[in-house]
Structure formats: C-alpha cells, structure tokens
Design a binder for this molecule. Sequence first.
Ligand SMILES: Cc1ncc(COP(=O)(O)O)c(C=O)c1O
Length: 349
Amino acid sequence: MEIVQSKTTKIDNVDFDNLEFGKVFTDHIFVCKFSNNSWGESKIIPYEDFLISPSARVFHYGQAIFEGMKCYRSDSDKLLLFRPKENFLRFNKSSKRMAIPEIHEKIFFNGLTELLRIEQKWVKKGDGNALYIRPFVFASEPSINASEANEYTFMIICCPSKSYYGDKQIKVKIEEKYSRAAKGGVGYAKASGNYAAQFYPTLLAKNEGYQQIIWTDSNNHQSIEEAGTMNLFFRIGDKLVTSPTSDSILDGITRKSIIELALSSGIDVEERIVRVNELINSYKRGNLKEIFGSGTAVVVLPIKTFGYKNDDFNLPELDNPWSLLLKKRLTEIQYDISSEFEDWKFKIN
Ligand SMILES: Cc1ncc(COP(=O)(O)O)c(C=O)c1O
C-alpha cells in the first residue's frame, strides 16, 4: 500500500473536550478506486479536498453507501474496534443493493488497520471518547447516463467523537405521514439517499420540539420501525421488545449486541412487530417503562418523551433502567474493561 504522510497535523488545534460531531477530521484518508472491473491499488494520503467531475454519477443518481464504526482506546492503551466484521459485511450488503461492486475483505481491513495505526494519537481515552470511522463508496464515473457506474471510489475518513447527545434524554415523534423506507426498497442498506430523505420530515419534527422521528411502516403507519440512526427497544411489562429487522429496517450491530447482552443479563427479549396502539395502551396501563435507541453514534440513548398525534407521553424516571445497565455492559466491552464477549473485540495494536 502506498502511504504518503501528511507534513502537518491538525491535532494540536483540536479541543477534544468540546467536539461537535463530524466537523473535525484526522490527518489522513484511505482511498481505493474501482475501474476496468477491478479494485486498484490502495493508498493512504493526507486528508484534503479532491477533484471530481461535475458529471460524476453520485451527484445525479445518489449511487453511494457508507458505514459507521468506532475505535476505542482502553486504559492500558489498546486500540479496539467493535465487531468490525459486521460493518464489513453490511457494507457489501448495502453495496450489492445499490449495484456497487463489493469490496474485498483484505482491502477493507488493511485500509482500516493501517489508517488507524497512522492516526492512533487521535483515539483518546475516557468514557464516551472514540474515533468515529466512516468508510464510504460512491459512483465517481463522469457520466449522467441513468444506470450503474463503471468507476467507483472507496474511502475511509475518521473524526474524533464524544457521545452523540451527551447524557441527554431525547424527545421523539411517532411519524404518521412520511416514511423512511418501504417494502422492497433500500431501508436495510446504508444508502446515502435514505438519510437525505429523512432530513425534511425531521426538520418539521424539530420545529415542533422533537429531536428525532420514530419511523413507522409505510403502509399504514401502525408498526414501529426505527429512529434516525438508531434501532429501538421498548421495556413493556417485564420484557424487552424490539422490532424484527426487515428490508425496511437497518440491521444494527448495536441492536444485535444489546439483544445478546440483555439475554445474558436474564432479561426476556422479544423480537416482534410493535404496534403504535400497543405502545399507547401499554403506556396508559403503566406497562411501558422505558424506550431507548441503540446505534454506534449514540451507543444506548434513553428516550424521555414520545409524541403521537397531538399528545406527548413522558416515560417514568426509573432507579435502575435497563438502558443504563445494558449501556454499561456494552461500553465495558468496547473499552476492554470487561472480559465478556472477547470475540466482539478487534485489537489494532
Ligand atoms: C438507519 C439506522 N438505523 C440503525 C442504526 C444503528 O446501527 P449500528 O448499531 O450498526 O450503528 C444506524 C446507524 O448505523 C442507522 O443509520
């Protein structure tokens, strides 16, 4: 792999205690291009703007997908990724759906590990600190022919991050008009356009005082899907319930980890369709105890209030919420504090 070291570093100008998510990037970038039916040479080069044709297909038809993962630093200075093979597999699953050529495991992992070795000083210790990693691929071929491209660019960029919403609890709105994804569509893929399509309805919800939307099925808006960049969990009675993944829900790596952690904590987990009516009725009977989201960016995020039609429903303050228990167990694995689920840890150094 060709490596061109940056002559300068931005790190000394970064205030790691006051990071706004996704604004500051590390000094290098990994690049690999696809043309003539194959992936070419891998490179690590200084992070900088690059030239691209205005006719590149990605601008016109949105043929692009991405991943999101984090690198953590343990107290003993080990650098760890959390279940990165899952991100790699999902990357290719997303690519396949968008007619993008799949990337070889070797290119993905060599790029990732080499880039992290070069950028390791950007991975800070401490609860909530991590280096967020963004692998992405887009149709870079200059052509506005409305079909799949013949040339693609795969890149990995990284940005230091703190936990997404800090310790805040959020207020979400159950959506009744707009849809995020439909049956047979691309909801299960991390297709860039899925996110663009969420911005307008989310903006409307924000104007009403909510931070995120809980998406419902596109047929009749009766069953719960997911929220923003999180899967959702509901503590109903003595069970932890989550919607099954489908072609309209992203198969979250945090979600599947939370399910395993809950089961191994003796919590009863049900993967089944969750209807909006059930939530409202459970709430009214005092059976809906907690709602929380799970995702790489937020880890586990408790939801304080949900809105439906013209009502807001406040969830009770619990002494020992499952969200806290599960978040603690998960982060202790991510930071190598606990020795549970060793096979979820991927050590870089
Ligand atoms: C739409 C959507 N749902 C759920 C998630 C959570 O997935 P993960 O736990 O793999 O980060 C994400 C974030 O990747 C997402 O973008």
